[in-house]
Design a protein around this ligand. Structure first.
Ligand code: FPP
Length: 235
């Protein structure tokens, strides 16, 4: 775990569809099972001392899926916010949904705003859920807003946070996990992952759970992070 105490884990939760198809179930059943896995991993992250957990729930490109699947995913997100906000309050978890809001159903935007308001004072962990999120869109939009003046990387980051509706300074990603066997970033947190350690696992998201999280954290603890420099003992 990070000595700085600001440890940021981001997860691309892949494999819900395959999990369901292997059981002869509709893809939406895989997403419902995936939401249960979200609850387990959020609680395990709190216990493990993770300070920020960012989950990729719905990418801007996911609009291209069949509309029943899109509707099921958006409904699931709304149900999750309705049912989990109280649990987050108990665990002092601050909820923040990042990504675009202008294309989401009004009822989902209201649920997002309610969960964010209710948990705004929580300090133990930040749970960021990326919905209608695209890193490339955020970067282009922040660049458009910045176009008027010379900007430092830091003030560009504040603009990115503003574009994404990110409410707190969360810092870069330390560990990026992707389940489901694929090894790519899929337009997720491209700026924030500049020096992230990448961890890929074949486990499908509904099967990942607390044990999966611990395996990823254990793997991370053996990485040597140099941030483009050389290790002190070899300098
Ligand atoms: C990718 O698996 C997963 C998604 C597009 C959605 C992720 C959503 C959840 C885990 C549930 C809802 C989230 C929250 C925060 C409550 P896939 O459908 O691409 O799976 P496949 O690669 O096996 O087809």
């Amino acid at each position: 775990m990070s000595a700085a105490g600001n440890f940021h884990v981001a997860i691309i939760m892949d494999g819900n569809g395959r999990w369901a198809q292997r059981r002869g179930m509709p893809r939406s059943a895989g997403h419902a099972q995936g939401a249960k896995s979200v609850r387990r991993v959020v609680e395990a992250s709190v216990r493990a001392g993770v300070r920020t957990l960012t989950l990729y729930a719905f990418s801007a490109d996911n609009w291209g899926r069949p509309s029943p699947e899109v509707d099921a995913l958006l409904r699931l997100l709304q149900c999750y916010l309705a049912s989990e906000t109280r649990r987050c309050l108990r665990n002092s978890v601050r909820i923040n949904v990042i990504g675009r809001r202008d294309r989401l159903p009004a009822s989902l935007v209201r649920a997002i705003e309610q969960s964010e308001r209710a948990t705004a004072h929580c300090t133990r962990m930040r749970l960021r859920i990326a919905v209608d999120y695209s890193s490339k869109h955020s970067i282009v939009e922040a660049a458009r807003r910045a176009a008027s003046g010379g900007l430092s990387a830091q003030s560009f980051e504040s603009l990115l946070a503003e574009v994404d509706h990110s409410v707190a300074e969360v810092g870069p990603v330390d560990l990026l996990i992707r389940t489901g066997g694929e090894q790519r970033l899929s337009d997720f947190l491209l700026w924030d992952c500049a020096y992230a350690e990448l961890y890929f696992t074949d486990a499908l998201w509904p099967d990942f759970g607390e044990a999966g999280l611990h395996a990823a954290l254990e793997d991370f603890s053996n990485r040597h992070r140099r941030f483009g420099k050389v290790l002190a003992e070899t300098a």
